[in-house]
Design a protein around this ligand. Structure first.
Ligand SMILES: [Zn+2]
Length: 135
């Protein structure tokens, strides 16, 4: 599959990561699926309740609100994003340890290294998925 971002959605995700630096930013990605496309239509910026530069946890209220509102609005939670500070956009051992949403997208934003990458958690490992940003 391929993950397609609306340009403004992508920009606000990057901006959130910049603003939260030096802490890891995190949030929820909501949209819809059609054929082999996942379309990211909005994000929920969340508080990293760990307040850490090397790990994150999405605050539970935002997580709950994203699931509830997307369902009410006929959309779905596609997955989550978080930033890596001074590290590549590769899942860390802790990212693997904490991954629990099978079939969901985990986007990692590396502000200083290699950009933005998306992975799907298949229950055992992360499989990279291509990203397209609409122009
Ligand atoms: Zn990470």
């Amino acid at each position: 599959m391929v993950l397609i971002f609306e340009k403004e959605v992508f920009k606000s995700m990057i901006n959130d990561c910049k603003v939260k630096k030096p802490l890891e930013a995190c949030g929820v990605i909501v949209g819809k699926c059609s054929g082999d496309k996942r379309m990211a239509l909005r994000i929920y910026e969340a508080t990293n309740i760990l307040r850490s530069p090397i790990k994150y946890e999405i605050d539970p209220e935002t997580l709950l609100r994203a699931f509830k509102e997307s369902e009410e609005g006929g959309l779905k939670v596609l997955g989550f994003y978080h930033s890596h500070i001074c590290r590549e956009a590769t899942p860390s051992p802790m990212d693997k340890e904490k991954a629990c949403y099978k079939g969901y997208i985990y986007v990692i934003v590396s502000l200083d290294k290699d950009g933005v990458k998306a992975y799907v958690w298949d229950g055992e490992s992360f499989e990279e998925e291509p990203i397209i940003v609409k122009s």
